[in-house]
Write a protein that binds this ligand. Structure first.
Ligand code: NAP
Length: 498
């Protein structure tokens, strides 16, 4: 294995191709109007990729290609074993190009390249493999209608899926959508976030190299308003699988209603509570809070951004969180092997995060440590992990999804109060409870209104567990075999005898 020093990645960067064209019908294509847009690298503010600025005409071309592939049956009618072989080959190619993909991801989004390599690329390949292996294990049903008939209840793919994804874990979230949608036999048009298109375009070319027929997976790069909106409004798209903010999710529902009543699945924002009772293992809780909130620079939908702590242990817990953050969660240039967290996605987002912090202080939240711009001399967009205390749940830092490394701490006295505070949010994506009292852990986890609840841990996940939210965190679940259902519907075929 290579020695992944900073110099190693600098050298690799000098020889890498930043392919920023769309990928439609099995080939790279410039935007029809010939327009492009440029990105600055979050890690140092230097010029990054130049990307095709896809618009209506490009979406039309990609949807037409996806529709042709679907109607021809070239993919959906393949033998299940053959589908599985192709998807497994795709997963293998992703692994074979892991370093290249990790570099593309880091140039785009500023996370440590070793995290891109060991987490994002790995989980993307694992996700495609998971659904490859499901492909030849899907059964249809025969309905119990009596001896005079044989009634098949078939699970059939929907057709053309529009996938619209965010920039925080681009490859992982793409795989969560591509895996089940394609395994089920659909064609996909993916509009990645404007900040993170490079890995999506490369994934599409690797898919064709693995044997996926042209048109089954297309990528149109561009802005949300110009490429995402026409995809969501398209009359020949059967479903939009969206991950992103609650604000844009609301628009997507509107576009579906205004066009062809296409189906919509929404994985949206969060403001997840992590609740610590005074009988908890405080070392374990402190580690879970620090990593749960600050990993990926806090740019995580299910980050544990609201710490609810029993008043008697607040002081000691905050001290432990600070110690872990300072000793373990190294913020550095993403090519440094020591980096645990890197830069925020772009300059505008960094200023937005700093604005939230300033507003919070004005409202009376007290900074315990961190939450400042750092490494400004690099030209990159870095904010240090930070904790606020002396807060109430109605302060903006406790209610808004900041999407930066900022923890809001609120203390409570009783279990009832903790539960009320935990559920007092428009979101319902995730949450956790730390206590040694297992009756309470069970009671609390049942009553917490969230798609995932962890007990005495945080952010454990597996492809076998569904992921998604309640309330304004959206609906529809990614991951697990249940995700396949989202991309299919039932079709009844009734045969009468005699
Ligand atoms: P975002 O601003 O909502 O953008 C998400 C995607 O929607 C991007 O591809 C974006 O394109 C596109 N878009 C923007 N406006 C659009 C429009 N009018 N019509 C169609 N598409 C449009 O979210 P983000 O800033 O990329 O990501 C952060 C958000 O994602 C957070 O709220 C986070 O919680 C959420 N998230 C949720 C999950 C989950 O599983 N629940 C996972 C990860 C992230 P542009 O990039 O060009 O704007």
């Amino acid at each position: 294995m290579a020695d992944f020093t900073r110099e190693y990645w600098e050298t690799a960067l000098s020889s890498i191709v930043l392919e920023g064209r769309c990928f439609i019908d099995g080939e790279y294509r410039c935007a029809k109007l010939g327009r492009t847009f440029a990105r600055a690298r979050p890690m140092d503010g230097q010029p990054g990729a130049v990307l095709a600025r896809g618009e209506v005409a490009d979406i039309d071309a990609a949807v037409a290609s996806a529709r042709r592939a679907f109607e021809s049956g070239i993919w959906r009618h393949k033998e299940p074993g053959e589908k599985k072989r192709i998807l497994l080959a795709w997963a293998d190619l992703i692994r074979a190009h892991a370093e290249e993909l990790a570099l593309l991801e880091t140039i785009d989004v500023g996370k440590p390249v070793l995290a891109s390599l060991n987490v994002d690329v790995k989980l993307c390949a694992d996700g495609i493999q998971y659904y490859a292996e499901v492909t030849d294990k899907l059964y249809d049903e025969i309905a119990p209608t009596g001896r005079q008939s044989r009634v098949l209840v078939r699970k059939v793919p929907l057709g053309v899926i529009g996938a619209i994804t965010p920039w925080n874990y681009p490859m992982i979230i793409d795989a969560w959508k591509l895996g089940p949608a394609i395994a089920a036999g659909n064609s996909v048009v993916l509009k990645p976030a404007e900040q993170s298109s490079l890995s999506a375009v490369r994934l599409a070319s690797l898919a064709v190299e693995a044997g996926l027929p042209p048109g089954v997976f297309n990528v149109v790069t561009g802005y949300g308003e110009e490429a995402g909106k026409p995809l969501a409004l398209h009359m020949d798209v059967d479903m939009i699988a969206f991950t992103g903010s609650t604000e844009v999710g609301r628009l997507i529902m509107g576009y579906a209603a205004q066009s062809n009543i296409k189906r919509v699945a929404l994985e949206l924002g969060g403001k997840s509570p992590l609740v610590v009772f005074d009988d908890a293992d405080l070392d374990a809780a402190a580690s879970a809070v620090a990593w749960g909130c600050f990993y990926n620079s806090g740019e995580t939908c299910h980050a544990s951004t609201r710490l609810l702590v029993q008043r008697s242990v607040q002081q000691v817990l905050i001290e432990k969180i600070e110690a872990i953050t300072r000793s373990d969660i190294t913020l550095a240039h993403p090519f440094e092997p020591s980096a645990q967290i890197g830069a925020l996605i772009d300059e505008a987002h960094m200023h937005k995060v700093l604005g939230f912090i300033a507003d919070g202080e004005e409202e009376g939240a007290r900074r315990a440590f961190g939450a400042e711009r750092v490494l400004a001399e690099t030209g990159g967009y870095y904010v240090s992990p930070g904790v606020f205390v002396d807060m109430t749940n109605d302060m903006s830092l406790a209610r808004q999804e900041i999407f930066g490394p900022v923890l809001a701490t609120i203390s409570f006295d009783t279990e009832e109060e903790a539960l009320r505070l935990a559920n007092d949010t428009i979101y319902g994506l995730a949450g956790a409870v730390f206590t040694r009292d297992m009756d309470r852990a069970h009671r609390f986890s049942e009553a917490l209104h969230a798609g995932t609840v962890w007990i005495n841990t945080y952010d454990r996940s597996s492809f076998s567990t569904p992921f998604g939210g309640f309330k304004q965190s959206g609906f529809g679940r990614d991951r697990s075999v249940h995700a396949i259902d989202k991309y299919c519907d039932y079709k009844t075929i009734w045969q009468q005898f005699g």
